[in-house]
Design a protein around this ligand. Structure first.
Ligand SMILES: *Cc1c(COP(=O)(O)O)cnc(C)c1O
Length: 490
């Protein structure tokens, strides 16, 4: 019942250096996050390769909210300015991006914004991805009041499902979003943009759909291309379509393991096999008189197509109404394509380490393994991502060993502090002093939910760089993408 992680070369090499990882935890404590700044640059390059294949222009904006790290943001700032930008969703993220070396023209400000965030974005020449007509009024007022100069804006749209202008027979249900202006109310937004044409310039349309559904995204993209024509007809000169993020990551390597586990979960909920989870937790599934009800709130952890491959597929498959590929539509209209990958851009860029503190028998004959971290430090479960950690033995095996099913629990005096509510199978029962590595946690899992409950330490974060035949590291905040001890030698 393994769900073994997908591990690509740089991260695999780091994982293979068990003594190095143990020495890091010995020195810096548990939990500990390790990031690979070179890997994020590699991912940006893979997205760029998709642009080249389709001969498209535009930028890859890293959705900063996926990770707080300075090293990742600084490494991305060092990438080709015409190709890589950053999407910031708060005043603090904007300040961080500016301090990491991004100039305003490479920054996209998204999400709902307050006055201070809008002022600094306008002041530094960032593009404001407008969340609502109200935000436009606020921005226009600030620009006039403070003489800030014309601001580039994108109009973020939502509610594509309620729109029937395409006349396509089947209507794909798209999730409702709290963000953006519903397409049905776009006319009022265009009116407002016209009214404020002296202080804002509409440079494109945007959306972000929090889904893995290709069909839904293809439909929204096509709709935006058509709306771009409408905008031009009204005298605007938009150039770019920003399709947001949500390209996804494959966490589990093997499709069969994922199939087997999800099937077994259903059987366990039905009671036709022993429980797979702590006290029969069903991840959203329940047994109602012998029938499984509900839907599993799980991330599709095995993804045959994710990240740059997903973008490629989205651009290639014929769009629902016009029947041509989105790539062709964008090219013919000479539109730039912007994307805002978060999770997918930090795929394989980091891991989270925890020391094994204690191993004891559990009520069902399995074992409880207590770690030097809590559920906030590795929020895989929080996001429905199920994947096994990798056991990093403290000492070499003394004799024959057999697989063990364990529950991983955290360092809080809280019944709910389970790192996994699922029985996790490891090659052997861990021992105190071993470490576990949670792989591929750079996207939302390593610091998104971290907190200081019980005054437990928040993980330190280090950047690791391969130099010569070995790994070097420095604290995340000390990393700069230039050649110096602990930095990159390029
Ligand atoms: C969160 C977010 C993203 C990134 O989403 P991923 O699923 O991590 O790729 C991109 N754009 C906006 C506006 C977001 O809020």
């Amino acid at each position: 019942m393994y769900l073994r992680p997908r591990v690509a070369p740089p991260l695999a090499s780091l994982l293979g250096d068990v003594p190095f990882l143990h020495s890091l935890v010995d020195a810096l404590g548990s939990p500990l996050n390790v990031l690979l700044p070179e890997a994020v640059a590699g991912n940006a390059e893979r997205f760029r390769a998709v642009y080249r294949r389709h001969r498209l222009a535009g930028r890859v904006y890293f959705a900063h909210k996926a990770n707080r790290s300075s090293a990742l943001v600084r490494r991305l700032a060092a990438c080709d300015p015409a190709a890589v930008g950053i999407d910031v969703a708060s005043l603090a993220e904007l300040r961080h991006a500016l301090g990491a070396g991004f100039t305003g023209d490479r920054i996209m400000a998204t999400g709902p914004k307050d006055r201070e965030f809008l002022w600094l974005a306008a002041r530094t020449g960032a593009t404001v991805n407008l969340d609502s007509p109200g935000e436009l009024e606020l921005l226009a007022g600030l620009v006039r009041e403070h003489g800030l100069g014309t601001v580039d804006v994108l109009a973020r749209l939502s509610g594509f499902e309620a729109d029937t202008a395409l006349g396509a027979g089947t209507r794909v249900l798209s999730r409702r979003s709290r963000f953006g202006t519903p397409v049905a109310e776009a006319d009022a937004l265009w009116d407002a943009l016209e009214r404020h044409a002296d202080v804002v310039r509409l440079t494109g349309l945007a959306y972000h759909l929090d889904t893995t559904g290709l069909e839904e995204k293809a439909r929204a993209l096509e709709r935006c291309v058509l709306l771009m024509d409408e905008c031009r007809a009204r005298g605007f000169a938009p150039r770019a379509v920003d399709i947001g993020g949500g390209f996804g990551v494959g966490y589990v390597e093997d499709a069969a393991e994922w199939e087997r586990w999800t099937t077994a979960l259903t059987e366990a909920v039905l009671g036709t096999r022993p429980p797979l989870t702590w006290r029969g937790h069903g991840y959203g599934l329940r047994n109602e008189g012998g029938t499984v009800r509900g839907s599993a709130a799980l991330y599709p952890a095995h993804r045959p197509v994710a990240g740059p491959g997903y973008l490629d597929e989205l651009l290639t498959r014929p769009a629902p109404a016009l029947g041509r590929s989105p790539a062709t539509l964008l090219l013919e209209h000479l539109h730039d394509l912007h994307i805002e990958p978060g999770r997918a851009l930090v795929d394989q860029c980091g891991l989270s380490l925890a020391r094994v503190l204690d191993v004891r028998p559990a009520e069902d004959g399995r074992h409880l393994v207590r770690l030097g971290m809590n559920a906030g430090d590795v929020s895989l479960e929080e996001h429905g991502v199920l994947v096994d950690p990798v056991l990093l033995p403290r000492a070499p095996a003394g004799g024959p060993e057999e697989p063990a099913g364990v529950y991983l629990v955290g360092n809080l005096c809280l019944e709910a502090d389970l790192i996994t509510r699922r029985l996790v199978f490891l090659p052997r029962l861990p021992r105190a002093g071993d470490a576990l590595a949670f792989v591929n946690t750079a996207g939302y899992a390593m610091d998104f939910h971290a907190h200081r409950a019980q005054r437990q330490p928040v993980a330190r974060t280090v950047a690791a760089v391969r130099e010569g035949g070995s790994w070097r590291w420095c604290l995340d905040e000390d990393y700069w993408p230039i050649s110096h001890p602990g930095g990159v030698s390029s």
